[in-house]
Ligand binder design. Structure first.
Ligand SMILES: Nc1nc2c(ncn2[C@@H]2O[C@H](COP(=O)(O)OP(=O)(O)OP(=O)(O)O)[C@@H](O)[C@H]2O)c(=O)[nH]1
Ligand SMILES: [Mg+2]
Length: 196
């Protein structure tokens, strides 16, 4: 890929199997591999138009049936990628599985570890990238208000930036609006048409 030409990028990141690739396909109308099992995306998927790039990154976190070493390699790759291209990355969309987020974060908290999504949100802010959360699989959530509040508090992202989505059903309008705003803010009205 000719990455020298890219001036504006949006990345999709998050744990494995949360629906990043499903969301990505819905937004840009591209067909990428989605999976029932975690670890479907091993190399990034790109959507490239003019000097704009959208990047669907591999999932991080512990992936069942995959060696610890491989998981570490994926994580290193993602961190490296974000550091290398931080300057042109206008926004980082952290995708989470809203149905299991609370449980996973509490488990990590109890063990005294920093949950990996929390780490990612901090990291993106550290390198100057705007963070937005696609609270995906929102169809699996019982108490929407509390869930949004919890995500907002844990990731230190304001409530307006926690966007419920059901990517599987094409319910991704909130993220679309956010990306549209990014294009407008960057004076790139020519890019709005890439959104399907
Ligand atoms: N219930 C529900 N399932 C969803 C939703 N979005 C995606 N899925 C399902 O979640 C599974 C994983 O989807 P992917 O898009 O491959 O997830 P990913 O985050 O790209 O996974 P990796 O590439 O392994 O990191 C698939 O079976 C999807 O159909 C949703 O909003 N609700
Ligand atoms: Mg994927």
């Amino acid at each position: 890929m000719d990455s020298g030409r890219v001036n504006l990028e949006i990345i999709f990141t998050g744990r494995s199997n949360v629906g990043k690739s499903t969301l990505f396909s819905q937004l840009f109308g591209v067909n990428v591999r989605k999976g029932k099992k975690p670890g479907t995306t091993i190399a990034p998927n790109f959507y490239h138009y003019r000097d704009f790039l959208a990047t669907d990154l591999p999932g991080f976190g512990y992936v069942k049936g995959v060696s610890r070493k491989f998981n570490e390699r994926v994580k290193d790759f993602i961190v490296r990628y974000i550091e290398d291209y931080a300057e042109r990355i206008a926004a980082g969309i952290i995708v989470i599985d809203s149905g299991s987020f609370v449980e996973i974060v509490e488990r990590w908290d109890r063990r005294g570890y920093i949950p990996i999504d929390v780490e990612m949100a901090d990291f993106l802010r550290d390198v100057g990238i705007e963070v937005v959360v696609s609270a995906n699989k929102f169809d699996k959530v019982d108490s929407p208000e509390e869930t949004i509040e919890y995500i907002s508090e844990k990731l230190k992202v304001s409530r307006e930036r926690i966007i419920p989505t059901v990517a599987k059903k094409g319910d991704v309008g909130g993220v679309k609006n956010f990306i549209r705003q990014i294009f407008i803010k960057n004076n790139r009205h020519d890019l709005i048409k890439v959104l399907k």
